[in-house]
Ligand binder design. Structure first.
Ligand SMILES: [Zn+2]
Length: 151
């Protein structure tokens, strides 16, 4: 019996593929570059990358562009992935930084985020945001936060 891929798994795979495609199309050379992609509740996928800046302190995460796009479209973020291609050609998974975890928290503890497999950072492991942000500060205000954060 052949198992069919679930729509959810297909959406996650498509999100990773979109992220890889952006890195390849936007940065065709072998330089170190990255991008992010987010799967939205309506099934659409937004991608983004971080513009270069002379002053590194004003640079943004790759996730910012799809994050803002999701808000513009009024679509909750379902999943987020950030990938970084090294000049060697190897592409590693970057888990969302603390600021991006905070950004994604508005969509609840069930948002899926891609983290690197501990033994092989080129492998995507999907985790619920609650797993990578176990002590979210907003749980001090249970009436103001998605109930999933406090259960
Ligand atoms: Zn970030």
């Amino acid at each position: 019996m052949i198992e069919e891929e679930s729509p959810r798994a297909a959406g996650l795979a498509a999100t990773v593929a979109a992220c890889l495609a952006l890195i390849k199309s936007r940065f065709p050379d072998d330089e170190d570059r990255g991008a992010a992609a987010m799967l939205l509740a309506d099934g659409s996928i937004l991608t983004g990358t971080a513009p270069d800046a002379m002053n590194a302190s004003v640079e943004v995460c790759h996730e910012v562009e799809p994050y803002c796009g999701a808000f513009r479209l009024n679509q909750p973020v379902v999943a987020s992935v950030c990938l970084h291609r090294q000049s060697s050609g190897r592409t590693v998974v970057l888990s969302p930084c603390g600021v991006c975890r905070e950004r994604l928290a508005v969509y609840g503890p069930g948002v899926l985020v891609a983290v690197a497999d501990h033994r092989d950072p080129t492998i995507v492991v999907w985790k619920a945001l609650k797993e990578v942000l176990p002590d979210y500060w907003m749980t001090a205000f249970p009436d103001e936060v998605d109930a999933g954060w406090t259960t």
